[in-house]
Design a protein around this ligand. Structure first.
Ligand code: BGC
Ligand code: NOJ
Length: 817
């Protein structure tokens, strides 16, 4: 069942009922000011940091779902005896609407609804260059008589620190402060401004108002929720000025409309920071000049439309960097629109704020951010460059790294510390992707601190060397890399032995054990070790490249021997040197990660192990909804394995379909030239391909979720944790670089698609190092292999289009076969 449809021309997903299985959300904002917005107008807003500078309140873990947002209420008083109150997004009043539509687009959301011949159109976005969210609401009277309406706005302020806001009531119920100007049209939230803050929030509308409220209790009534505000029922606000308790901002606008007449209003929700020495207008009165300037900038429809056009242009340019036209409309819409859009959202949010990540938990993940980079480096290389430097600055001198860092301070997070032994190698992955994309070798010579201490700075290339050496010098009894607290699979905690509830699986126990080893890290070392060696060569250090390849060879051999179980790769060795992910195990006999990663790294290809490993994946892990992470799922808690066995079978890391590593297997299939199978795996988790089963899948049909419940779970096929997942980057890498086969190498773009036999011809535009490549591929029914490659009319040998400085246009014709 579907709850909407894709409108590819508009780059929108159109939701046609508010009753989606879960809230289906969108992200607004590109730089520093962000909002989450759901299809029922739920969500919240923050500036830079979802924990520390949250503007509006949201209620996680509450009923009903999606509780609190930025709402408009319409009270239709035309027919006194049959007054009706409704919201354009249906929530929170939930009056049955005569029509409803929500369009989530690129950085904006649009709602069009009607009730009793009154239509409301709401369009909300965050402009490119200001710290605010603007909403234009147009109310139209389609009745045959004059309409008498009252429009209310409503936002509930968060007292900035979202964590403290939901815990520290003994203080917070007394600190709330507001100011009101323009007879209530401009409402200010200034809690803590009088002491240590130099910022406040403002909510204004570009018209005179007929009333306002700033006290939640006054507007809603102490025992009501936003579903039944007293003020709306009464048809008028109370003019409350909050002092303590819960400050809000609500406007009241009385509207009379002739038949066919419309009125439009623009609401602006903004964040203002004042210089320390210019905080006050007079004693206790905040300096409002910058707030008025902001409201002024968006007070006309022309200004609003111009800012929206800027936003649209921004996305159009960005998404023009990689654009495919094939005979598969679902591939095209994911590649050209939604997959890249989701990659940008992971750039902005990392894993901080979604409907499943509360915005107060983890900061930026070291491994997560490095992998996210693989999905957006072609879009925003300059910002990716800075991101790499920020991440590398949290590395330690021995090559290990803080597992997370805080976006505001960019400092490593000592609560979680280090000891996740895959982390160092992801830095090589991200840096290599950046250099292959841009050709900018200067980043490798950039001086970068360790643990943010500039006095011990070294070049980025030296950081990569530390990463490489960390793995090379931390090996266990089988010559495989030590796992530490965990590798990519946070829940495989082989040195933890946690026996009591509440202990963090990941930080409990020693960060390093001398025995437990990871075959997955072995795969990473072979893959990214080689990328490190290539960077060394580019810098002219052939000796280092040679040394690296000798180290890689050792790990390659260990993976093919101790890491091989007969039909597939072993997952790990535990602290007692017992195999994990082996036919010898009672549960958890085969894991996806080493099969995908070892094969994509090329391990066992020439020995015939790779074919076998992928066959085993197909036989043992595949389902109709994607490839499960392990089988059989753990039915008992295994003290020696940790969190992985804590989840009920079929969920999360215990046998769920972890979407993040499905593309690894798909890429691995392309390495072996299996286009049919690679694409089959791609399709199983691809949102556009499973839109039809939205009632099973539940999460948004336009973005990937972190996890889909596996075969052992009661709700097999149900998605969870949409939006903020490394799946976005890896699926984009898979489809764009391996399946469609346009891969940036150090010497230029390589063209080597691996597609299903019936895929058909396709064309592609790729902008790369300042040039535009217009590529057309004739497939000839082949799954892999280029038999002829013509560049600007000349046939070339090999797959790589030589990059020539100064050439701005490349016409590329590739014939497969
Ligand atoms: C989750 C993982 C997550 C980890 C780190 C675990 O409970 O299952 O998916 O990566 O916590 O916060
Ligand atoms: C989610 C985490 O963000 C990511 O770092 C990890 O690799 C996966 N879970 C798997 O455990």
């Amino acid at each position: 069942m579907k709850f909407g449809y894709f409108d590819d021309n508009a780059c929108e997903y159109v939701i046609t009922t508010p009753k989606t299985p879960l809230p289906w959300i969108n992200y607004l904002g590109n730089k520093e000011f962000f909002s989450l917005i759901s299809n029922t107008c739920g969500g919240y807003t923050f500036y830079k940091d979802a924990k520390l500078l949250r503007l509006t309140r949201y209620r996680y873990n509450n009923v009903p779902y999606d509780n609190n947002g930025k709402y408009f209420y319409i009270k239709d008083e035309t027919d006194k005896a049959n007054e009706v109150i409704w919201n354009p997004g249906w929530q929170p009043v939930k009056t049955t609407l005569d029509s409803y539509e929500c369009r989530h687009g690129l950085g904006y959301s649009k709602f069009s609804s009607s009730k009793s011949d009154i239509k409301a159109d709401v369009l909300t976005f965050v402009p490119m260059n200001d710290n605010c969210e603007v909403s234009k609401i147009t109310i139209t009277n389609n009745k045959k008589e004059d309409a008498k309406l009252v429009l209310f706005s409503y936002v509930e302020w968060c007292l900035w620190n979202a964590d403290d806001d939901m815990k520290n009531f003994q203080r917070n119920l007394s600190t709330g402060e507001v100011e009101v100007t323009n007879d209530g049209a401009t409402l200010f939230h200034k809690t803590e401004y009088r002491e240590r803050r130099n910022h406040y929030a403002v909510y204004g509308v570009n018209t005179k108002v007929d009333g306002f409220d700033t006290s939640r209790d006054a507007f809603l009534g102490a025992y009501n929720g936003p579903d039944s505000p007293d003020a709306v029922a009464a048809g008028k606000c109370t003019g409350s000025v909050a002092s303590g308790w819960s400050p809000i901002a609500a406007h009241q606008i009385n509207i009379n409309l002739k038949p066919g007449e419309s009125k439009t209003f623009i609401f602006t929700l903004g964040y203002i920071e004042n210089p320390e020495d210019d905080k006050w207008e007079s004693h206790g009165v905040i300096n409002k000049k910058p707030a008025y300037a902001l409201l002024d900038a968006y007070k006309t429809e022309e200004a609003f439309d111009k800012a929206l056009a800027e936003l649209n242009d921004y996305w159009k340019n960005l998404l023009g960097i990689y654009h495919v036209s094939s005979s598969n409309e679902k591939v095209d819409r994911m590649v050209n629109i939604w997959n890249q859009y989701q990659c940008m959202v992971t750039f902005n949010m990392s894993r901080s704020a979604s409907y499943y990540e509360s915005g107060i938990g983890r900061g930026m993940g070291f491994r997560d951010s490095c992998q996210d980079l693989l999905g957006f480096v072609h879009l925003i290389p300059d910002r990716a460059r800075q991101r790499i430097i920020d991440i590398a600055s949290t590395q330690f001198q021995d090559g290990s790294a803080y597992h997370q860092y805080q976006p505001l301070t960019k400092k490593g997070n000592s609560d979680i510390g280090s000891g996740f032994n895959d982390d160092p190698l992801w830095l090589i992955a991200g840096t290599s992707a950046y250099v292959r994309e841009t050709g900018d070798l200067s980043i490798l010579k950039e001086m970068v601190p360790f643990d943010n201490d500039m006095s011990v700075a070294k070049t980025l290339m030296d950081h990569l060397k530390c990463s490489f050496n960390f793995t090379a010098t931390h090996k266990g009894p089988h010559g495989l890399p030590l796992i530490g607290r965990a590798d990519w699979n946070d829940c495989l905690n082989l040195n933890c032995f946690s026996e009591h509830p509440g202990e963090s699986f990941q930080t409990f126990g020693p960060s390093e054990g001398p025995v437990a080893e990871s075959v997955f890290i072995a795969g990473m070392f072979v893959k990214y070790g080689e990328e490190y060696a290539q960077l060394a060569e580019l810098l002219g250090d052939d000796a280092e490249a040679k040394r690296a390849r000798e180290e890689i060879k050792k790990v390659y051999d260990a993976a093919c021997t101790a890491g091989w179980d007969g039909e597939w790769f072993v997952r790990a060795y535990d602290a007692n040197s017992n195999k994990v992910g082996s036919k010898e195990c009672e549960e958890g006999q085969i894991f996806i990660e080493p099969q995908g990663f070892c094969v994509l790294a090329g391990i066992g290809v020439k020995e015939g192990l790779a074919e076998k490993a992928l066959k085993s994946v197909e036989e043992r892990l595949d389902t109709k909804y994607g490839v499960m992470i392990l089988q059989p799922a753990y039915t008992k808690y295994h003290l020696e394995l940790g969190e992985v066995s804590s989840y009920p079978p079929g969920y999360k890391e215990n046998g769920g379909i972890f979407c993040h590593n499905n593309p690894w297997v798909s890429i691995a299939e392309t390495v072996l030239g299996h286009g049919d199978r690679a694409f089959e795996i791609y399709k199983k988790t691809c949102p556009a391909y499973i839109e039809e089963i939205s009632e099973v899948h539940c999460t948004e049909p336009y973005v990937y979720s972190q996890m889909v419940a596996g075969r052992d779970a009661k709700f097999f096929g149900q998605g969870k944790n949409s939006w903020l997942t490394g799946t976005a980057a890896w699926t984009f890498v898979n489809i764009s670089q391996y399946i469609l086969g346009v891969y940036p190498t150090h010497n230029g773009l390589s063209i080597d698609p691996c597609v299903p036999a019936d895929f058909g011809d396709f064309t592609l535009t790729r902008k790369y190092r300042g040039a535009t490549y217009n590529i057309s591929v004739k497939q000839n029914g082949a799954q892999k292999g280029i038999k002829k490659l013509t560049v600007n009319g000349k046939e070339i040998s090999g797959n790589i289009i030589p990059y020539e400085e100064g050439v701005k246009e490349y016409t590329v014709e590739a014939v497969m076969g």
